[in-house]
Design a protein around this ligand. Structure first.
Ligand code: C5P
Length: 223
């Protein structure tokens, strides 16, 4: 039996996480937040004092990660029995994740871990290369984007709500730097799949984006 997959790729801060979680919930499908796998590896390297210049050690750490995801509410992640949810969303974890994500050997090891999320009744997968590399068979594939300024403002508000005092100019330059790294890397760069639907969320509410994504899902339309 074919397992349906919906992919949502795009740059950080475009709303992929919120939209994907809600869409998965409404469809009753599983959810893969692939960025959290790269983020978990970044945390594992810190926990194990791995030298980020030693690719072999990074790959071994990636192979031996025992990860458990709980997506029933806000995503909770356990790494080798330790709850790493609080560290997962920080800017430094995201930046470190984006550096190690540029290593082909790392992407290769993490590929199967991501494919294993594909289970009945279906999967919503969010990331950078979900529609191009990990699930090329997906239908539909969405490329969700927003202007760098809008993404920086959203991130700024999110961090301020959490009581983290940040500087908007610094956030904007970090977002631009991470976009550049993700787009320019040699392997699995952030590019839309040829058959992707584009959604620019800059001037849209989250509910409008969710409704548009759901309208593209054949199983939802026929329900
Ligand atoms: O989506 P998120 O911000 O959690 O991702 C953190 C980093 O992990 C990204 O900046 C990107 O470099 C990397 N990533 C990736 N491929 C994915 C998901 C995330 O390279 N499918």
């Amino acid at each position: 039996m074919t397992i349906p997959v919906l992919t949502i790729d795009g740059p950080s801060g475009a709303g992929k996480g919120t939209v994907s979680r809600q869409v998965a919930k409404q469809l009753g499908w599983h959810y893969l937040d692939s960025g959290s796998i790269y983020r978990s590896l970044a945390i594992a390297l810190l926990q194990n004092n791995v030298n980020p210049a030693q690719v072999g050690d990074i790959v071994n750490t990636a192979r031996n990660m025992d990860l458990a995801f709980d997506c029933t509410g806000e995503l909770e992640v356990t790494l080798n029995g330790i709850d790493i949810t609080p560290q997962l969303g920080t800017e430094s974890t995201g930046n470190m994740a984006s550096k190690i994500a540029a290593l082909p050997e790392v992407r290769q090891v993490l590929l199967q871990k991501q494919k294993d999320f594909k289970k009945l009744p279906g999967l919503v997968a969010d990331g950078r290369d979900m529609g191009t590399i990990v699930f090329p068979e997906a239908n539909p594939k969405i490329f969700l984007t927003a202007s760098a300024e809008e993404r920086a403002v959203r991130r700024y508000k999110q961090l301020m709500e959490k009581g983290i005092d940040v500087n908007i100019r610094q956030i904007t330059s970090e977002i631009e730097e991470r976009d550049r790294r993700d787009k320019e890397r040699a392997i699995a760069p952030l590019v839309p799949a040829e058959d992707a639907f584009f959604i620019d969320s800059s001037a849209m509410t989250i509910n409008e984006v969710i409704a548009q994504v759901l309208s593209l899902v054949p199983q939802h339309r026929s329900a």
